[in-house]
Design a protein. Structure first.
Length: 248
């Protein structure tokens, strides 16, 4: 359950989009206006060149996916309830609860958040073959994330997204992604200890599909520097705190 040097492809501005930095356009009620400055602001290490267009309302149809935000919100409905498992892994950190099963409920609500269509083009042919660069529609939403044991009783800003399927000409399953402060959990979940040197940063990340069969996890990302100066090395490790649908 441990993976080092993790890069989370979360299709969102909140986490890490699989592609470059997105500079949102301030206008575009009809979905046809895009920010040309995006092309000049791509991360030099990005496998994708991305252009973001702000859509003016839930009923505006994305020209890239052929659906509107209203269509996407209707597809996912109010959210889902599923069985989730706490990790027993203590190789990176020790948490509470440690192990065990609980019922997880995720409720999705939309209250006028930003709607974006993102055109993603590969910088080179290898990324195109790998299907890394996918056009997508993103909607800023709020989610209630709670477990039956009250370890999580959270309200998080999240991004609901749907992309072109990398496997066919259709659409991939909608996803939800969010980031949070694991030291500011409203429920009883807590980090007891972290292995190794004092972390440079500790962040939380949620990523899940949003329709049956739901699959996802809550992760704690720990970045640590070992050594000093030229001999120092920085690592990022992923601790899966809670998982559902077979995710790990």
């Amino acid at each position: 359950m441990l993976a080092t040097l993790l890069v989370l492809c979360l299709c969102v501005g909140l986490l890490l989009s699989c592609g470059g930095n997105n500079d949102d356009n301030d206008s575009g009620d009809n979905g046809n206006n895009s920010d040309d400055a995006d092309d000049d602001n791509q991360n030099a290490y990005s496998p994708c060149e991305e252009t973001t267009t702000i859509l003016g309302g839930v009923d505006v149809v994305s020209t890239l996916l052929g659906i509107s935000a209203d269509d996407l919100l209707t597809t996912v409905g109010s959210g889902f309830t599923t069985t989730a498992l706490y990790t027993k892994d203590t190789s990176i950190l020790t948490q509470s609860p440690l192990g065990g099963e609980t019922n997880l409920t995720v409720t999705i609500s939309y209250d006028g958040g930003e709607i974006r269509q993102i055109e993603s083009k590969p910088v080179n042919s290898e990324n195109e073959i790998a299907g890394e660069c996918l056009n997508r529609l993103e909607v800023d939403v709020t989610i209630a994330f709670s477990t039956a044991d009250s370890a999580f009783e959270e309200s998080w800003q999240a991004v609901l997204a749907q992309s072109i399927s990398p496997e066919n000409d259709g659409l991939a399953d909608p996803t939800l992604a969010a980031e949070f402060d694991p030291y500011a959990i409203e429920g009883s979940f807590e980090i007891i200890s972290i292995t190794g040197v004092t972390p440079d940063s500790v962040t939380g990340a949620l990523y899940t599909t949003a329709v049956d069969p739901v699959q996802g996890s809550v992760d704690i990302l720990v970045e640590q520097t070992n050594g000093e100066g030229e001999n120092g090395t920085v690592s990022q490790s992923r601790h899966v705190a809670l998982a559902w649908g077979g995710a790990n």
